[in-house]
Design a protein around this ligand. Structure first.
Ligand SMILES: [Zn+2]
Length: 75
């Protein structure tokens, strides 16, 4: 999926956008509406969204999906 990352040169706001064609690039920063934005060179891979990468270091949202008896504390 052709998702490119851009960074604003004014407020340093980073945002990702889906670029289907070469002329579909954003022309202004969505935060401060500045036109001083630049495309960042990605590492060639995008981050998985909500996919646990095996035995990592962060807490997997296992109890958030199921009814965990110990997690539900005054929800
Ligand atoms: Zn900006």
């Amino acid at each position: 999926m052709p998702i490119y990352e851009f960074e604003c040169g004014k407020c340093n706001h980073r945002f990702e956008t889906l670029v289907l064609s070469s002329g579909d690039t954003p022309s202004a920063c969505p935060e401060c509406k500045s036109k001083k934005i630049g495309k960042l060179i990605s590492a060639g891979s995008f981050r998985p969204n909500g996919i646990p990468t095996g035995s990592g270091g962060f807490d997997a949202p296992a109890c958030a999906q199921k009814g965990c008896p110990s997690a539900g504390s005054g929800g």
